[in-house]
Design a protein around this ligand. Structure first.
Ligand SMILES: *Cc1c(COP(=O)(O)O)cnc(C)c1O
Length: 441
């Protein structure tokens, strides 16, 4: 309830601090993929920059020229990082999903402008594509055609080429895909895209702000950015390896002509002519200011150091995991993402035992595995994680009943159920229950 009488700021803030104490321990490195933490000092900077712009609104760029210029600087910096041409442009969005929604809507409209007869637009991608594209396709009446990946989990470019038709609005490749951290063959996809005159979007949401630094550190990174001919747009999340505060991503276009399709205009509103380049109406200033602050406070040397820490930690985890009998890595990751599976023991039971030891675990399916998005903040926990993992595997091996208790059977069944509609219904019910009024019977 909204209190009758307002409370003091100290009182409210104290309660927030108490509330957050029960959340997962991301500062301690026990959480993967949800938070990208670059240390307490950096976090303080993000908070302060965010707070300075907490009420500012980029809906009207004339009123908030400072935010507009920060957006421009973020875009220009990112274009340079991705070796884009001088003509490249883009917007800052609230996250990877928004960048992807904008890209898919723009490609649909681009196709419809060129081919007004187009009734069932199709987007082509590998089966490992992020679900934000399923969401975009669902929202915008686009059919997402998914092509199976090979045993290396990379997009099968030739199989994708075979699916190109007059309905194709764009091809999508990932750099890297989230589940196994492998970069799709973007150069091959670029050649195919150019040959057929189809746009190519690269989803570098998780990779955009680490792959360039890994490459500068001398690691082998397949080409994926604007250096690849045929790449027409790129999404990349500042709030992942950009170590920005939450709510910041970029969507970049090779040319302004391509970006034009992203701009929405409503002319009949009594409140005035309304134009907006992204999904959001009101555009919060805090995340943009915090992202700008992150780029400037860390600088190239900061990002190189953080990327090296993350890459070394990922390497140590890979070596440690491979040394545990019964575990094996999934795919040859091009990034600091690590995915591993289990043989002869239940990976989901191992996940439960890791959770019992205080880790927040990301479970995957098809094939079943555990996923680690390794950041600089995980350098300090590698040994603890491996020790707990070894103990978890021993525990599950020593007690086969663990595979049929806890959450393991539920994940196992959900992964195997052939009727995916049923899975969707069950999960939808779970989420609905989470939102049901607490007083309901
Ligand atoms: C995180 C991610 C997204 C979606 O980004 P959000 O910021 O979670 O909306 C899209 N693609 C890939 C590869 C990602 O890792």
């Amino acid at each position: 309830m909204i209190p009758k009488q307002g409370r003091t700021a100290d009182d409210v803030l104290a309660e927030l601090a108490t509330k957050s104490a029960g959340d997962a321990d991301w500062r301690g490195g026990r959480v993967f993929s949800l938070v990208y933490h670059a240390g307490d000092e950096h976090e303080q900077l993000l908070r302060r920059a965010h707070a300075m712009y907490a009420s500012a609104n980029l809906l009207n760029p004339m009123a908030f020229g400072s935010l507009r210029s920060m957006e421009r600087e973020i875009v220009e910096s990112t274009v340079a990082l991705f070796s884009g041409p001088r003509a490249a442009v883009g917007t800052v969005t609230s996250g990877g999903t928004e960048s992807i929604l904008c890209a898919v809507a723009a490609y649909r409209d681009r196709a419809k402008r060129k081919k007004p007869w187009l009734m069932r637009p199709e987007l082509l991608a590998a089966s490992t594509i992020h679900p934000a594209f399923d969401k975009a396709a669902h929202y915008f009446g686009v059919k997402l055609v998914k092509v199976d990946v090979g045993p290396d989990f990379r997009a099968n470019a030739r199989a994708i080429e075979k699916k190109i038709s007059r309905r194709t609005i764009a091809i999508v490749g990932s750099a890297p895909q989230y589940a196994h951290g492998v970069v799709d063959p973007i150069e091959e996809l670029g050649r195919i895209a150019q040959k057929h005159g189809v746009p190519l979007h690269v989803d570098a949401c998780v990779g955009g702000f680490i792959l360039p630094w890994l490459e500068k550190l001398g690691r082998a990174v397949p080409r994926w950015d604007f250096r690849v001919p045929g790449v027409t747009s790129i999404s990349a999340d500042l709030h992942k390896f950009g170590y920005a505060g939450k709510g910041a991503s970029v969507l970049l276009w090779r040319t302004l002509e391509d970006m034009r399709n992203q701009i929405f205009v409503a002319t009949d509103f009594p409140g005035g002519i309304y134009a907006s380049p992204t999904m959001l109406g009101t555009r919060p200033g805090g995340p943009i200011a915090a992202a700008w602050a992150a780029l400037h406070a860390l600088g190239e040397t900061g990002y190189l150091a953080l990327s090296k820490q993350a890459a070394d930690a990922a390497d140590r985890l890979r070596v440690g995991i491979t040394a545990i009998p019964g575990l094996a890595l999934q795919g040859r990751s091009d990034s600091t993402i690590v995915a591993y599976e289990a043989h002869g023991v239940s990976i989901y039971a191992i996940a439960d035992r890791l959770e019992a030891r205080g880790w927040t675990v990301d479970r995957q399916q098809r094939p079943s595995s555990i996923h680690l998005t390794v950041t600089a903040n995980h350098a300090a926990i590698v040994d603890d994680y491996l020790a707990d993992l070894r103990a978890a595997v021993d525990e599950v091996r020593g007690d086969p009943k663990l595979a049929s208790s806890g959450t393991a059977p539920m994940y196992g069944m959900a992964a195997k159920m052939p009727v995916r509609g049923l899975v969707a219904r069950n999960v939808r019910n779970m989420i609905a229950k989470m939102y049901a009024p607490e007083s309901a019977p």
